[in-house]
Design a protein around this ligand. Sequence first.
Ligand code: AMP
Ligand code: MG
Length: 321
Amino acid sequence: MSRPRQADDNAIAEAVAALARGELVAMPTETVYGLAADATNERAVLAVFAAKGRPRFDPLIVHCSDLAMVQQVAQVSPRAERLAAAFWPGPLTLVLPRRPLIPDVVTAGLDTVAVRIPAHPVAQALIRACGRPLAAPSANRFGAVSPTSAAHVAEQLASSLALILDGGPCAVGIESTVLVPDPQPLILRPGGVTRARIATVLGEPVRLAARQQRLDSLRLASPGLLSKHYAPRAPLVLRAPDEPWPDDAAALAFSSATAPAAGVFAVLSERGDLAEAAATLFAKLRALDALAPSRIVAELVPDEGLGEAINDRLRRAAGLG
Ligand code: AMP
Ligand code: MG
């Protein structure tokens, strides 16, 4: 049983020792909290799937401290190199041809591996001190809302973890953008780096995979890409643009300008800022859910920039891929 610990040097040293023994540690990243295991230790990675209740065919993201470590894990193409220079460390995951260091269980047997360099100083320090890559999905039970604070992690996974490193609330608040760079850039999951920023760096168009394409490109049914992921306990439905807010449900509004005048509601960003909305999304969803409403009604946010990722999570929480 593990309670959150301030992520100081001592706690990080204990986490390194636990990971070396094949145990699991929760680590803060700038996207969401990760449930980390030594990515080269098959038994430890299997324990991640068991702790989350995550199906084995849903591959994990491998977290590295620097480009040299990424190169031990994957083949970095020229396009990937440009993206790495622009966005790492940061919330972009690249799907690249894998090298043998990473066991099959991490990639669900695919010949590619998803890899990123996180920006959070605690994640950076932890991976560097381990000297090896960490496989880390979000630190929540499979299908539940992702954790953006150490307390969220403790609510669901305390008993499976050697240590929960507390590095404060996550600055980005939604998961990384998952991108296949080659042969043509394709976003499998919108996330913390916007499509427009990627297109600017590459100087070419970047497609956002439709749901069926995402499944085809994985050649398997990856629940990370399916609907009914990121779901609260209360049923969540989306409000049609001109529909009034119902008065018998908890409301999740984008901004003060669009919020209901009364009743039970939460606002993602009072001033209507998409970055703030992304950072607060999962915590607000959890807070509404904790009130045990009969249902949660949410509105979509403007479908631009980070709004693409926020709307993706809202649609999936509503069971609409
Ligand atoms: P999560 O760990 O929940 O952030 O989800 C990671 C997601 O990244 C998975 O659900 C997959 O959709 C995607 N992913 C991981 N590895 C690969 C891969 N080799 N090819 C394509 N997508 C991947
Ligand atoms: Mg997840």
